[in-house]
Design a binder for this molecule. Structure first.
Ligand code: ARG
Length: 474
């Protein structure tokens, strides 16, 4: 970026009513070009449409419109090619583009901002950006769901302990556990679809806050820019950042989900469990301890969830006190949104690969599975013999207590203990991890029929996602 080494304080496009330039420190506080340059494509797209709207409103001629549009396309090309066309004193991407445009084509360029304010301009650019991000994040979520689905198919009938309170609770299939991730991700994707809808109203035409005095067909403009509708109220259109807040909160929720699954996998890959191994490419060594193979990929994903929540908190707090309509506080919307978009993108990419690399170890898992996880099945079996559940729960609990005292599994208690339970000896013979799992074929349960249903529903959804993607490409 070119710096202007003038002795004066810097001059701005809005300089007219000012006598002196801006203080250097104030300028550092104010300038956002170094990060909002990211909106170059959206800004140019918005300005191309603005030029057409101005032609329709009779503000510029078709020839001027063409001139502006050609110059705007060149500016975009220059910036994307990394050409240094902006000055360090350009306040933001909107001012920078306008300055270069005016310098390059003169008066026609100076007409482009007629009836437009940076307030409706930035809201338009930013909504375009958020809509785009939602689409690519949804793609990434679908890809992760694909990896989870494949893994669930691979381990469809492998048994593991399901946990509550990080204590062994009841046996489940590994596929059932993995599919829990699939369904949660489906909700995340639908939240991003919702966010995209929230950003689907065109703000352009709202001016600074009261609406443009140079009327044109906003609906047609919305269509050109890919918005589903136009904003109903110019004050609301330039003031609200709900769509950004929802984007960030949805990102924070996704981050929390990834973090929890990362946490489980970190624990399960420890030497204490050894249930699962991550592909080597997603682990790192220690600079000191030669034997180490650490699950850094998952630790980083877990760590990033803090950052995603922080981004949400930062904008939420900034917006809270900002009076309507536009206040400069709203400029604080961009960095958290950019950061959340990038963070989610990399976390989802890595998580998909980590999931694909997982190797579960049935022997290790079975080694660690405590038969006490069948205590609920014992209680259920006693219920089937006609005893009320609360009493059956007590009887089963008693057996566990006895076994603990003897230091053995409750299945190894002497026959005399089992005989004190109605049909005890028969029940004992039927107790096993796989019987326990197969008792739970209720819809949504861990039984193999239920898992099969989940898998085929998941497969249908994945192909629906793919179909939608292909349709959008057409
Ligand atoms: N860079 C500003 C932002 O991102 C653009 C809008 C500035 N508007 C103004 N009235 N100063 O919010």
């Amino acid at each position: 970026m070119k710096s202007r080494k003038t002795k004066q304080l810097s001059q701005k496009l809005w300089q007219g009513r000012f006598e002196t330039g801006m203080d250097a420190d104030m300028e550092s506080l104010s300038i956002s070009l170094h990060y909002d340059k990211k909106l170059i494509k959206e800004d140019i797209r918005g300005s191309l449409a603005q030029a057409e709207a101005l032609t329709e409103a009779g503000v510029i001629t078709s020839a001027e419109c063409k001139k502006i549009q050609t110059a705007l396309r060149v500016i975009e090309k220059d910036v994307l090619a990394g050409k240094d066309i902006f000055n360090s004193t350009d306040e933001d991407i909107h001012m920078a583009v306008e300055r270069v445009l005016s310098e390059r084509i003169g008066d026609a360029g100076k007409k482009l901002h007629t009836g437009r304010s940076r307030n409706d301009q930035v809201a338009t650019d930013f909504k375009l950006y958020v809509k785009n991000c939602c689409a690519s994040i949804i793609e990434r979520i679908y890809a992760l769901q694909g990896a989870v689905y494949e893994k669930a198919c691979e381990y469809q009938t492998m048994i593991m302990s399901g946990y509550t309170h990080l204590q062994q609770a009841q046996p489940v299939y590994v596929s059932h556990y993995l599919l829990s991730f699939f369904w949660a991700l489906e909700r995340d994707a639908s939240r991003f679809i919702h966010v995209s809808r929230m950003a689907d109203e065109l703000p352009l035409g709202s001016g600074a806050l009261a609406g443009s005095a140079f009327p044109y067909d906003r609906k047609a403009l919305a269509k050109k820019l890919g918005f589903g509708s136009v904003s109903q109220n110019s004050i609301d259109a330039v003031s609200h950042r709900d769509f950004a807040l929802e984007f960030l909160s949805t990102g924070a929720i996704l981050g929390t989900l990834l973090s929890r699954y990362a946490e489980d996998l970190i624990i399960w890959s420890s030497a204490e469990c050894k249930y699962v191994q991550l592909g080597e490419a997603f682990t790192t060594g220690s600079s000191m301890m030669p034997q180490k193979r650490n699950p850094d990929s998952l630790e980083l994903i877990r760590g990033k969830s803090g950052r995603l929540l922080g981004n949400f908190t930062s904008l939420f707090t900034a917006v809270k006190g900002a009076p309507l309509s536009y206040s400069r506080d709203l400029q604080e919307d961009k960095e958290p949104v950019f950061d959340t978009a990038e963070t989610m993108d990399i976390c989802l990419r890595v998580m998909s690969k980590v999931v694909a690399s997982l190797v579960f170890n049935q022997d290790q898992i079975l080694n660690k599975m405590d038969a006490a996880m069948l205590a609920t099945d014992l209680a259920d079996a006693i219920v089937k013999e006609g005893t009320p559940f609360r009493e059956a729960h007590h009887i089963s609990g008693n057996m566990i207590k006895k076994a603990e005292k003897r230091g053995c599994s409750f299945l190894d208690l002497p026959d005399s203990d089992w005989q004190s339970i109605p049909s005890g000896l028969r029940i004992k013979k039927e107790l096993s991890f796989s019987t326990s799992i197969e008792m739970r074929n209720i819809q949504g349960g861990t039984g193999s029929r239920s898992v099969k249903q989940q898998l085929s529903k998941a497969k249908r959804l994945l192909s629906l996602h793919l179909k939608k993607k292909n349709e959008e490409k057409l």
